[in-house]
Write a protein that binds this ligand. Structure first.
Ligand SMILES: [Zn+2]
Length: 318
């Protein structure tokens, strides 16, 4: 697939943080014609304003790919005829993220007060996707913004063939993972990943899952897949097969065996520090929570998420 064909295919990956979405984007980005963009939603705030590095190690403003995308967006007039500013883009995104606006956008019913913010966000999202496809030469862009709201915005961008992957992970594992202060290094610098307390992690997991259920009603069934992190880790190559078949992509990632893949440097913006991982990477399920998480904490998570936990096929007992 070439970027010169006017239509770009986008796979929006939705799911809670710490569900393996960034490594999934790294793997899919190795397939000819596909490119992992990372968390497109955070390009402006975390990428441009905070200067968090792209997967290539550069800040988006100096990355050879993202600098072109940013330039394109800021020099293309928005829906009101004016050139968008970074501040206006971030303000519009944050406006839509308010609880009542979020649910309306997810249902596809924006109110008058949100129309301007929605139009600008949708316009910029479209420019980012098309700019990224052009700069990388990919026809399929993987967006791991993760929030269903961002996938709902993407769904209404004109001229995009839009698919959704719901990536799930056991909420006990997610909550446990958020409590670990995981260090990582970027070049010579060592940083620590953000942490979340158990109630916050559970609340965010639930909000993500409920929002995804609402989004699901608006996406055709042949454009939607659900993948559990645990199943993906058990059979990464087979999981990617199913996904790429849905996307109509003939290529496959460079797996050395069923669970080991070769990763090259990428241009994944924002997201998990796994975006900096290159070389031969073995995909392993992280189930430390099963032995290290207290029984009490496990029960709190199960009690808070039970109907969905069951719906997604997770047993109540670890
Ligand atoms: Zn880059």
């Amino acid at each position: 697939m070439a970027a010169s064909t006017s239509q770009v295919t986008v796979l929006s990956v939705v799911g809670a943080g710490r569900s393996g979405t960034t490594v999934l984007a790294s793997i899919l980005g190795e397939v000819p014609g596909c490119a992992g963009a990372g968390e497109i939603r955070w390009l402006w705030e975390r990428g441009v304003l905070d200067g968090r590095p792209c997967g290539c190690g550069e800040k988006p403003a100096t990355c050879p790919v993202w600098s072109q995308v940013i330039e394109r967006c800021l020099s293309t007039p928005g829906p009101d005829g004016a050139l968008p500013t970074v501040e206006a883009i971030v303000a519009a995104q944050n406006r839509l993220d308010r609880t009542r606006s979020r649910w309306r956008v997810l249902r596809g019913e924006a109110s008058d007060e949100d129309v301007a913010a929605l139009r600008l966000t949708r316009h910029v999202t479209g420019e980012v996707v098309r700019g990224f496809a052009e700069a990388t030469g990919a026809g399929v862009v993987i967006d791991t913004s993760k929030r269903p709201l961002d996938a709902a915005v993407m769904a209404d961008v004109p001229g995009i063939d839009h698919y959704v992957l719901h990536m799930l992970r056991d909420p006990r594992a997610v909550a446990y993972s958020w409590r670990r202060a995981k260090p990582f290094s970027v070049g010579a610098e060592t940083r620590t990943m953000g942490t979340r307390k158990l109630p916050a992690a559970v609340r965010r997991w639930l909000a993500n899952a409920l929002g995804t259920e609402v989004l699901h009603r608006r996406v055709p069934s042949d454009h939607w897949q659900r993948l559990r992190y645990e199943d993906f880790c058990a059979q990464p190559a087979a999981s990617m097969d199913g996904l790429l078949t849905m996307l109509g992509v003939p290529g496959r990632p460079p797996f050395e065996d069923a669970g080991t893949v070769q990763l090259q440097p990428n241009h994944i913006v924002a997201g998990n520090p796994s975006r900096f991982t290159v070389g031969s990477v073995r995909i392993r399920v992280d189930e430390e929570w099963k032995s290290a998480m207290s029984r009490r904490d496990q029960l709190v998570v199960v009690a808070s998420t039970w109907p969905l936990l069951r719906r997604y096929g997770y047993p109540w007992r670890a």
